[in-house]
Each structure stands twice: as structure tokens, then as C-alpha cells.
Write a protein that binds this ligand. Structure first.
Ligand SMILES: C[S@@+](CC[C@H](N)C(=O)[O-])C[C@H]1O[C@@H](n2cnc3c(N)ncnc32)[C@H](O)[C@@H]1O
Length: 213
């Protein structure tokens, strides 16, 4: 297997020693993207938040440092990702602010109507059945709760960035979408008040949908 394929497999599901390095590296590598993505959204101090595909847990840590009376949960199907996320959030876990679970987006171990905010940073590409998985997210969101997807690979107008994203999506065999397709799949899963933000120079996208009941 080539180096690129090995890296793509690790990004899809960090595993073992290399997976620990990759998960830790993603915290640094995705920090600016996540910061920009969240600048499009106001997080209330009492929010109960779930980060899906939490990887190295960097975004869980950011959320935990923003909220005051809320709580942050993380979930990832990779044992290695859970190990790193737990390690870097040790203090917040001990303080009862953070809980991290191994599990899949397709079957979230949470009751209905539980979260104010659910996030996926560089994560949705790998979800096995996008509409079904988005409906599962919808189930655990509170009425008036939000889903935020923040991604660096999408079909954008910036030709250079688009070509790069298309190359990786082909190599890694995962889908990427246009902004209109984001609207379409979020709408199909039941979300409303959909907002799309684009950072054209970088080729970044943030999609926000609301559970309006
Ligand atoms: C590209 S990484 C992004 C990690 C982190 N969100 C970040 O921005 O650095 C994608 C993560 O999603 C996780 N993942 C992929 N498919 C998943 C699924 N079906 N259920 C839960 N987690 C999944 C992977 O294990 C990996 O940690």
C-alpha cells in the first residue's frame, strides 16, 4: 500500500501507533479550520454538545473551554481516537465536563432530544449512509438544536482547491459536495434554517442546519 493510501486509511480510522500520531496531528492540522467554522456560530455557555468523529479530541477541548454550565460529549468509532481524545481531555473528564465514547454515528448511544449542538469536523465524508446518519443526529438533537459540519474539502469555485479536494476524494473513495448539495442532503434529513458559509481562498465550508419542530 502506498504512503497516501496508508495516511488516508489512518485519517478515516486512526489505528495503532501511527494512528496515535495522526490523531494528535489532526488536532493541530485542523485547528484553524475549526476556529473559522465555529466563528460562524454562537455557542451558549449552557450548551450540551456532541462532537462526532472527534479524532484526537482537540475540538472537544475547545468546546469544554468555552462552555460554563454545559457539557461536552465526544464519539468516535476508532479505539485509538478515543485513547488520544481521553488523554488530552483528562482534566475536563475528571471535572465531569467531558464524556467520550467509542461508537458509530449510525447508532448514537444517547436519548432523543438531548443535544443543543452537534458538530462534525472533517468527519461526514466517512459516514456510511449519509441521510440515515444525519437522521440519527437529528433524533438526538433538541428541538431548536443545531448541527454544524465544518470541512476543508468541497466542490468549490476555487479551481485549485476544488481539484485538490477532488483528487483526495477519489484517492480515499469518499464523497465531497457542492454547497447546493449540502443544502439538499441536510434538507432531506429533516434540517431547516440551513446556512452555508464558504472561505473561498482556503476552500473551506461550514454548513449549519437546525432541528425545527
Ligand atoms: C478526518 S478525522 C477528523 C477528526 C477530528 N474531527 C478533526 O477535525 O481533527 C475523521 C474521524 O471520524 C471518525 N469516524 C469515521 N467514520 C466514523 C463513524 N462512522 N462513526 C464515528 N466516527 C467515525 C474517524 O475515526 C476519525 O477519527
Amino acid at each position: 500500500m502506498g504512503l497516501k493510501q496508508t495516511l488516508l486509511n489512518q485519517v478515516r480510522k486512526p489505528n495503532g501507533k501511527l494512528g496515535r500520531v495522526i490523531a494528535t496531528g489532526m488536532n493541530k492540522g485542523h485547528a484553524k479550520l475549526a476556529k473559522w467554522g465555529l466563528s460562524n456560530f454562537l455557542i451558549e455557555p449552557n450548551y450540551v454538545i456532541l462532537d462526532i468523529g472527534c479524532g484526537g479530541g482537540g475540538n472537544i477541548k475547545c468546546f469544554a473551554e468555552i462552555i460554563k454550565d454545559g457539557k461536552v460529549y465526544g464519539i468516535d468509532y476508532s479505539e485509538t481516537a478515543i485513547y488520544i481524545s481521553t488523554k488530552i481531555n483528562k482534566k475536563h473528564i475528571e471535572n465531569g465536563i467531558v464524556e467520550i465514547y467509542q461508537g458509530s454515528v449510525s447508532s448514537l448511544p444517547f436519548k432523543d432530544n438531548y443535544f443543543n449542538l452537534i458538530s462534525g469536523f472533517e468527519a461526514y465524508y466517512f459516514w456510511p449512509d449519509l441521510i440515515r446518519d444525519l437522521k440519527e443526529i437529528y433524533r438526538v438533537l433538541k428541538p431548536n438544536g443545531y448541527l454544524i459540519l465544518v470541512n476543508e474539502g468541497y466542490i468549490c469555485n476555487n479551481e485549485k482547491k476544488r481539484k485538490k479536494a477532488e483528487k483526495w476524494s477519489k484517492l480515499g473513495n469518499f464523497p465531497i459536495h457542492t454547497p447546493d448539495e449540502y443544502r439538499e442532503f441536510l434538507n432531506k434529513a429533516g434540517f431547516s434554517n440551513i446556512q452555508i458559509f464558504e472561505e473561498h481562498k482556503k476552500g473551506w465550508i461550514t454548513a449549519i442546519g437546525m432541528k425545527k419542530v
